[in-house]
Ligand binder design. Structure first.
Ligand code: CDP
Ligand code: MG
Length: 710
């Protein structure tokens, strides 16, 4: 039985309407204000109506942390444990059981499940939540699920839930499906614009505005939007110091809480529990609080008008992670957070003129600003062998982005000359890591260095390895950033110096760091001494464990312990500086053949070997590379990403031998994009025609058998 708090949510009175609409339609769109109960209640309503008898009810979330926290909340509401009637499934972590009726999963996890079960028979309903966020995976799901709903024999219901979105466009895409609007219980929000714009110092302006509100406004929690973890931690520190320096009775108690995705769940939970009596909360959050996480009690919002966003340029292969202007739709969402429980107020750190004239009206969907490599590999791996250029996207990612992805996939061997998925491509898709890392692991298995490659893959998956956003050389120098000194203790300094002396770049350094940590029994103190981020390292350890399990179970990846001569080669390494990394670096070259760069001696940099080569420098955070007698570093390197800030940088590099590169170069020069993308369209058309003919024949057979006497 839903509790009275649940019954009070705006969506509850619409239960009958929702169930009736879903019963009569394959596709349903539900639009309602954030906090109206879409994420937590819709699945429970479907469960109450018995849908789970036909298969699980899945609810997707673009973010991992949202899936975990919502599963926990709904389990509480249903008075069950997480993993029992309600569970979750996210990359590297699953908690479900045979009893599970409702499962919260990331959109990426659902996509991955489709590789093994293209029709998703285990599910009766799929709710694509946060549809307005337009994450790449959700957009891909729109397209493929449309087909599954149409073709699957056992009925499948698809529901889209969302804050404000262009209902007409979505409905048209889903065959004119019904759109339900849940009227919000939105209170008045007074908007206060700034006198001036604060592009440069928005974080400082946000801190000032929050403090000012705390000092001068009546009770009510404050929500401040900032762009990332480091920035939020800094703001929390500043706010804490500022409040501590106030006279005792200047203001009420204040509880300052950060909120971002990479935070451990226990810490996030504090945001959902009520504050002590008479205490105001000040939550400093990333965009995660814009729609996906609702914090009750917020009355004041500070909106600097920016968000951190990744943008990928397919022409150059360049990725930028930068602080970008939000759209007017987002600004409206953010302001709305202040009016959930009573009249509120939103401080915008930009002018009204900027809002009206310069702010982009809508956010560009991720599919139009990201690399399509992973998505294309996925689409190609589905049994239908989809023509990715002609695929039914809600918004087309653009020809150049798709061609870029096809080219890279071909170089990695994931598709053949005609753009068909290869056996290798299927194996790559089956691994829950990005295609280059997957290809590296497969190569490493063949080259007998899989355990080390798994370590590197796991370390690459952690967001931060070095604490304080520093590079290893900076840490060794005792440079704490921003002019602060941070000298390592002698033991740690010597250990780090020894690792850097190897001169094999970032991947090998990551391996050495992990090995060092392992030798020190995964001690947290060791991490702190080495200035490693304990959270990032623990995450890497967990990922390594999970990946290793997965690889051991996968029959296509022969897992062998490292070669027995490993110990002797360690000695060799100490004297020569190379030695036992050959196999691993070769595996990395094969995996990152799409990210190869060649040294340009006269430019003191490297030139990327892709379609539109770019001249780039090694990022200052790069681990040292061994130089020859002429002071020249390795002629070829592979890099993890090409980032453009003020200059263009190769980020995370590994030197590779020219001799190995010569062997793979022909494949790099031999890409025929026309053939990759165009060639098989006709074949697919033939296949489709055959499919249609089969279906027609089936229908005729059915009609005939219906006429026959029983
Ligand atoms: O999805 P939508 O934004 O429409 O609402 P919801 O996430 O289902 O939230 C409904 C209510 O549950 C809100 O009052 C949230 O604060 C609360 N909730 C919570 O307390 N803890 C969570 N992990 C998720 C939601
Ligand atoms: Mg929601």
């Amino acid at each position: 039985m839903p509790s009275s708090a649940q019954q009070a949510l705006p969506i509850r009175p619409y239960k009958a309407t929702i169930l009736e609409t879903v019963a009569h339609n394959d596709f349903t769109i539900i639009i309602g204000e954030t906090g109206s109960g879409k994420t937590t209640q819709v699945a429970q309503m479907l469960d109450e109506a018995g849908y789970a008898k036909e298969g699980r009810i899945a609810v997707t979330q673009p973010r991992r942390v949202a899936a975990l926290s919502v599963a926990r909340r709904v389990a509480e509401e249903m008075d069950t444990d997480v993993g029992a009637d309600v569970g979750y499934s996210v990359r590297f972590e699953e908690r479900t059981s045979s009893r599970t009726r409702i499962v919260y999963l990331t959109d990426g996890t659902l996509l991955r499940e489709m590789l093994d079960a293209p029709e998703l028979e285990a599910y009766s309903v799929i709710v694509l939540d946060e549809a307005h966020e337009r994450s790449l995976n959700t957009d891909v799901l729109f397209g493929v699920l449309k087909g599954v709903v149409r073709d699957r024999k056992k009925p499948l219901k698809l529901i889209l839930t969302s804050a404000t979105l262009d209902a007409e466009k979505f409905s048209a895409y889903f065959f004119g499906c019904p759109v339900l609007h849940i009227p919000g219980r939105q209170y008045e929000v007074q908007i206060v614009f700034s006198e001036e714009n604060h592009e440069k110092n928005y974080a400082a302006a946000a801190v000032d505005a929050a403090l000012d509100m705390h000092l001068h406004q009546p009770p009510g929690d404050i929500l401040v939007f900032l762009t990332g973890q480091a920035e939020i931690d800094r703001a929390v520190k500043q706010l804490t110091e500022a409040v501590a320096s106030l006279p005792e009775d200047a203001c009420s108690d204040l509880l300052i809480l950060p909120l971002y995705a990479a935070m451990p769940l226990e810490l996030q939970a504090r945001v959902f529990s009520a504050p002590p009596e008479g205490c105001r909360r000040l939550i400093v959050a990333t965009n995660i609080a814009e729609t996906s996480i609702t914090v009750d009690g917020v009355v004041y919002v500070v909106d600097p008008g920016v968000v951190k966003q990744k943008t990928y340029n397919p022409a150059t292969g360049m990725e930028t992670l930068s602080v970008t202007a939000i759209s007017r739709v987002q600004a409206t969402q953010r302001a709305g957070r202040a009016g959930r429980t009573r009249d509120g107020r939103c401080y915008r750190l930009y002018t009204q003129k900027y809002f009206e004239r310069d702010m982009p009206p809508e956010t560009l969907p991720e599919i139009q600003r990201t690399s399509m490599l992973t998505a294309v590999l996925f689409l190609k791996s589905l049994p239908l062998d989809i023509d990715v250029l002609a695929f039914d996207y809600l918004d087309h990612p653009g020809k150049s982005a798709l061609e870029d992805a096809l080219r890279q996939l071909y170089i990695l061997g994931g598709i053949d000359r005609d753009g068909h998925i290869t056996d290798l491509g299927r194996r790559m898709a089956a691994l829950p890591v990005e295609p280059s890392v997957a290809r590296t692991l497969i190569a490493a298995a063949e080259l007998h260095c899989l355990p080390d490659a798994l370590t590197v893959a796991a370390m690459l998956s952690a967001e931060t390895i070095f604490s304080g956003n520093r590079g290893p050389q900076q840490i060794l120098r005792g440079d704490g950033g921003k002019g602060v000194q941070d000298k390592l203790q002698e033991g740690a300094r010597a250990a780090l110096a020894q690792m850097l002396k190897e001169g094999q770049g970032d991947h090998i350094l990551l391996l050495r760091l992990y090995q060092g940590w392992e030798r020190n029994n995964f001690s947290a103190k060791w991490c702190r001494d080495m200035r490693l981020d304990t959270r990032g390292m623990s995450f890497a350890r967990e990922v390594r464990r999970q990946l290793t399990d997965l690889v051991k179970r996968a029959d296509f990846l022969p897992y062998r312990e490292l070669a027995p001569d490993r110990k002797s080669s360690k000695r060799k390494r100490d004297t020569e500086g190379k030695g036992d990394t050959d196999a691993l670096r070769r595996a990395l070259l094969i995996g990152f053949a799409n990210h190869l760069a060649r040294r340009m001696a006269q430019h003191n940099g490297y030139k990327t070997l892709n379609e539109h080569s770019a001249l780039a420098q090694l990022h200052p955070s790069t681990a040292p590379l061994h130089a020859d007698d002429y002071g020249l570093t390795s002629e070829y390197v592979i890099y993890t990403s090409l980032v453009a800030t003020a200059r263009i940088f190769l980020s995370k590099v590994c030197p590779v031998d020219s001799e190995w590169v010569q062997r793979i170069l022909p494949r790099l020069w031999d890409v025929d994009v026309k053939r990759l993308s165009g060639g098989h369209t006709t074949e697919l058309a033939v296949e489709r025609a055959e499919h249609a003919a089969d279906a027609a024949a089936g229908a005729v057979r059915q009609a005939v058998s219906a006429l026959l006497p029983r």
